[in-house]
Design a protein around this ligand. Structure first.
Ligand code: TXD
Length: 313
């Protein structure tokens, strides 16, 4: 069976992190694409030279030419500008839309069968734009945010309870912004419902930290935003597709009537496998959670309408 091919469009902080993790997991050969001369080439060669210690035979290449995306099975897009302190994700809307338009056109022309994972912020708007620009089936264009946000909430719960991070499962839904919704009843600690281990008040504190976790890291780093946890989160989605894992993950996908929403991308639990988004899972929320989800979706809708105007030109 021919090796799979993964294109990483954007070879910056997240792109480089994904390249290393993908090489370690040997999920396929990797092409790093960027507009900056030398960066994708240098990062690809650097990881290649580490393959002995990585115990990996993955082949990596770097390029400044979009044509090298050709034939990719998966394309993960981080091309864009990250936040600096004081910026909101929405401040990136205009500049990153322009980049997504360029990159989406290249993907449409060179990798028509690819599963496209968008990471670029503001996430819900950028993945919506990617699907519009490529015209790909919505099942093959998804956004990475919920896997990261759920992982952040799970991390804070694990830290608070003093338990292993991999034993905590959590679900964060809605838009990738301050209005994201952390679901108390959906957190399990080794299969034990969180409500038996932590008060709702304490959970609400952790839920607030989760919604602000991206900003917390931007303020610490000062030069950019989080990249290790976003990188491994996007790789987890690519792995679900490439290995047909049927993973249950919260991803930004287009809703077609589920949750009473049509034609909008936002974060909900889905099954990811070789068919891309194989199923959208409609979970039952309590009234407060549903109201918070609807509020978050309303904010996503504002940016989607902005994208619609841009796409229509
Ligand atoms: O959960 C999430 N979805 C978010 C996403 C989590 C963290 C960061 N989030 C966003 O990802 C962030 O706000 C940015 O919009 C992207 C990428 O973040 P990263 O930290 O990787 O930014 P870098 O290091 O600046 O890398 C971006 C690269 C950089 O090397 C640019 O030269 C390149 O993108 N770039 C391009 N590559 C290809 N084609 C074009 N047109 C292009 N323009 C810039």
């Amino acid at each position: 069976m021919a090796r799979k091919k993964v294109a990483l469009v954007g070879a910056g902080q997240i792109g480089g992190t994904m390249a290393l993790v993908l090489a370690q997991k040997q999920l396929g050969d990797i092409v790093l694409v960027d507009v900056v001369e030398g960066v994708p080439q240098g990062k690809a060669l650097d990881i290649m030279e580490g393959r002995l210690s990585l115990n990996s035979s993955a082949v990596l290449a770097g390029t400044n030419n979009y044509n090298d995306i050709a034939g990719s099975d998966v394309v993960i897009v981080t091309a864009g500008v990250p936040r600096k302190p004081g910026m909101t994700r929405d401040d990136l809307l205009d500049i990153n839309y322009g980049i997504i338009e360029k990159v989406g056109t290249a993907i449409k022309n060179t990798a028509p069968n690819a599963f496209v994972i968008v990471v670029t912020n503001p996430l819900d708007a950028m993945v919506y734009a990617m699907q519009k620009v490529t015209g790909f089936a919505t099942e093959k264009v998804v956004g990475m945010a919920g896997v990261l946000d759920s992982s952040r909430l799970a991390c804070f719960v694990a830290m608070e309870l003093g338990v292993a991070a991999e034993d905590v499962q959590a679900v964060v839904m809605g838009g990738h912004g301050p209005s994201m919704v952390s679901l108390y009843d959906f957190v399990s600690v080794g299969g034990i419902p969180l409500s038996q281990l932590m008060s709702k008040e304490k959970f609400d504190e952790l839920s607030k930290r989760t919604a602000e976790a991206g900003t917390e890291i931007v303020n610490l780093l000062k030069t950019g935003s989080a990249f290790y946890s976003p990188g491994v989160s996007a790789v987890r989605m690519a792995e679900a597709y490439l290995l047909d894992k049927k993973s249950v993950l919260t991803c930004a996908v287009e809703l077609k009537g589920q949750y009473g929403i049509k034609g909008l991308y936002c974060g909900v639990p889905v099954i990811l496998g070789a068919g891309g988004v194989e199923k959208v899972i409609e979970v039952k929320m309590n009234d407060a959670e549903k109201a918070a989800f609807d509020k978050s979706v309303a904010e996503v809708k504002v940016n989607a309408e902005w994208v619609d105007k841009k796409v229509k030109g």
